[in-house]
Every structure is written in C-alpha cells, then in structure tokens.
Design a protein around this ligand. Structure first.
Ligand SMILES: [Fe+2]
Length: 291
C-alpha cells in the first residue's frame, strides 16, 4: 500500500515494505475552525512495533498520520479512537498508542473493536475496571455537545453487538437532555456499506439501536470505524459516517476482501452550536473543505 502524496506535501512516507522516510514531511498549515475534534480509527497496533500485516507496519502508518494531523492549525478539543486500537490486545500496543497520541495535545477517548481486549483496554486507556460481560459505555460533554461512546465488541467475534442492557441504557440516556446536540460513537457500522464480506460483521442488534436513534432527533451524527473506508449516509436527522483506518484501507463496494490504494486517513469534525461540518484528512493530501 502506498502512503504518499504526489501533490502539496510531496511524497515523504510510504508503508509499502514497511518503510517510512525519515525525511520530515513537507510542511503546510491547514485551517480548521475552532472548536474541532479528530476521529482516528482502526490503528491496529501490535505488541511489537516492527510487526507488519499485509506488508504494512501499523506503527509507522499511525506515526505518519499523526504527523499530518499535527499540521492542522489549532488544537483539537479531543481525539476519538474508534476501535481496533490494537491488533492483538497487548498491553504494549495500548500504551504505545496512548503515547503517540499525546503529540496531538488533546485528551483521547477510546472504545473497543473486534480486535481489542476490551477489559485490558478499559483498564489501561480509560481507567476503568470492567466486570465480566460489562460494556465500556462512556458519556461526556464537550463544546456544547454530548458524546455517547458505545461498546459493540463481542469477545472472539468479528461482528458486533450492543446487548439489551446497553441499548436500554442508551434509550434512557437519550430520553434525557433532548435539547443537547448529540453524537453517537461506536466501532462497528450500524448500516451496511455494500461490501458483502464486511456486511456479515456489522452490529447484530442494529435494528434495536436504530429504533432508539430514530426516536432521538438530538442525535445529529453516528460515527464509527471497522470498515476501513470513508462513507456517509443520511438517515432521518442524523449523518452516519465511517472513518478510514490509519493502517490499511478496504476496497469499497467489494464482494470480497480487497485493498484500496487510498492513503491512511482520519476524520476532522468542526462543531457549531447545533450543527457540524466534517472532512477526512488523507495522509499526503490537503484537508478538503469541511461540509
Ligand atoms: Fe479494523
């Protein structure tokens, strides 16, 4: 996979063969109106930083992406890491991930994906001890918005599920504070993306989730990872949007597993009083206009 840009930033890094040039990336500043936050997803770090998968070293790809994000003007309010933080659930991978993200100068919130060890991740990255079977549900406010982070991970399964308890909690949580614009964050995609192999591993109880969200007009966006590609779909008052992986991109609308040649990416979201604008920043490319 190539991770380089032929335009503004000049080719400076590529993960093909696991190589990242030591040369400093071509520098240019990118304006983002404040306040904004960043969604990073599917970092897939291994215990050993030198490990490669599909000829890509996730550590080096993440380093390159963080370098690109550091070129944004201003400091993000926070960073969301939407699952598959680790590829092997190792303690070392979680600690290294947290250390790398410190470069962005903002608090980071993590939720587990199908490759994560949720209890270990909760302990190391969220300071929480999960009881057996307990989900890592999180709820915080920032910049006048409410952010609800759901845990769709199911041990040893690639598909996801929220479970009756978490969905009941969500229904109750959304019945309160209906005047606060809200975003829902989760690892697995609640809507299919049109790739047959990926659409076998969405959220098993997505119908229950969607029924709750459809009845909560304050929910303006649902953000997720898992599908290693950018997508946007409008459903009612909410935009359902996936973010690319910082590691490896899946070919969209593909019946079987396939690699997309796009470089790593991350989502940038500007928050307005009641609305938001967003764009995906790809490594080696300028930030597209937010919309
Ligand atoms: Fe992933």
């Amino acid at each position: 996979m190539r991770v380089s840009g032929e335009d503004c930033t000049r080719p400076t890094a590529q993960t093909a063969g696991g190589l990242i040039s030591k040369k400093k990336p071509g520098l240019y500043r990118m304006q983002v109106p404040a306040p904004f936050f960043i969604q990073v997803s599917d970092t897939h770090l291994f215990e050993d930083a030198a490990t490669k998968l599909w000829d890509v070293a996730p550590d080096l790809a993440l380093d390159a992406m963080i370098g690109a994000l550091a070129q944004l003007d201003g400091t993000p309010s926070f960073v969301l890491v939407t699952g598959d933080c680790s590829a092997d659930g190792s303690e070392a991978s979680y600690l290294r991930l947290a250390g790398k993200l410190q470069r962005l100068g903002a608090p980071a919130y993590y939720l587990p994906g199908n490759h994560d060890d949720a209890p270990r991740m909760a302990r190391l990255l969220a300071g929480r001890t999960l009881a057996p079977g307990e989900k890592l549900t999180q709820d915080f406010d920032a910049d006048g918005w409410r952010f609800i982070l759901l845990d769709s991970s199911v041990p040893d399964q690639d598909w996801g599920a929220l479970g009756k308890e978490q969905i009941a909690w969500l229904r109750d949580a959304l019945s309160q504070r209906q005047d606060v614009p809200t975003m829902i964050i989760v690892h697995h995609n609640p809507l299919p993306v049109g790739s047959a192999w990926l659409d076998t591993m969405t959220i098993a109880d997505a119908d229950e989730l969607l029924s709750v969200l459809d009845g909560a007009p304050q929910v303006r966006a649902v953000l997720y990872g898992h599908v290693h590609q950018e997508s946007t779909e409008q459903r009612g008052d909410a935009k359902y949007m996936s973010a690319p992986s910082t590691f490896f991109q899946f070919k969209p609308k593909s019946a079987t597993f396939g690699e997309d040649s796009l470089p790593p990416g991350a989502r940038v979201v500007h928050l307005d009083t009641k609305d938001f604008t967003t764009a995906v920043l790809r490594f080696g490319q300028p930030l597209p206009p937010l919309k």
